[in-house]
Write a protein that binds this ligand. Sequence first.
Ligand SMILES: *[C@@H]1O[C@H](CO)[C@@H](O)[C@H](O)[C@H]1NC(C)=O
Ligand SMILES: *[C@@H]1O[C@H](CO)[C@@H](O)[C@H](O)[C@H]1NC(C)=O
Ligand SMILES: *[C@@H]1O[C@H](CO)[C@@H](O)[C@H](O)[C@H]1NC(C)=O
Length: 235
Amino acid sequence: MQTVKRTPIIVIVLSLAVCRASAWFVTKPPTTGTTSGGTAACPSSKYRPIDSSCSSRLNPGWGKAGEPYARMLPPNYADGISSPPVMTNGSAYVSARTISFNVFSIDEVPDPNNTLVNIFFLQAIGNDLSAPAGSDDTVECCANGQIVPNAPNRCFPVAIPDNDALYSWYNITCLNYARLLTRTPAQPSQPVQQMNQATSLLDLSFVYGSTVSQSNSLRTFSGGRLLAVRRNGME
Ligand SMILES: *[C@@H]1O[C@H](CO)[C@@H](O)[C@H](O)[C@H]1NC(C)=O
Ligand SMILES: *[C@@H]1O[C@H](CO)[C@@H](O)[C@H](O)[C@H]1NC(C)=O
Ligand SMILES: *[C@@H]1O[C@H](CO)[C@@H](O)[C@H](O)[C@H]1NC(C)=O
């Protein structure tokens, strides 16, 4: 079965350690779950729209794909709009690599209680609820382990300390990281907003898509079937 391309969980887990925690904020959940009755904005329908709009008839945009993530905490940009946060004394924060190195061992530590299926289950849940706009874009901020000159302006690569216990062996001083696409605020002085391309409902949107065009590209339009691939004669 073909499915909508979503960021692998490994990337999501790693980016949690960096500064894409916003990926984990769900868009405002709907407060009601019915479209019966219908309104001008949300006509009555047996099925909800593929983008989950009108999950709340009072607030048709809540939970809809393509809307900004709801924030659990106020934004914290150095310039109040979009620049990366700094410490209260103005200094840059410690590198994300330094933090992850100090939190996670360089060695593999077998988990005695959980199996790998937990990761795939979490990946399914995460991808169903969250698909940050721009996270699949190819933005090259590092080349041969070094920051590229004139890097694209979305680049915010993770700086690796020269004495890094692992990367110093490979002459790597730059880990690729590009910022997400954001919605330009209504007022120039307001903070940018990250967009969720997935619906906020647990609805298998990573299988069926969150837009009409995605949904159409996954279907055969014959017998209600999805497109499928055949491998070794098996569908
Ligand atoms: C700001 O605070 C951090 C953490 O206490 C410290 O390491 C850094 O040197 C300070 N920067 C300045 C410019 O004082
Ligand atoms: C595994 O589960 C046991 C029993 O619940 C618990 O005592 C232990 O701390 C767990 N170990 C880890 C590494 O989570
Ligand atoms: C590390 O890589 C950079 C860019 O490829 C190169 O200029 C530099 O000489 C290398 N340093 C070492 C110690 O190999």
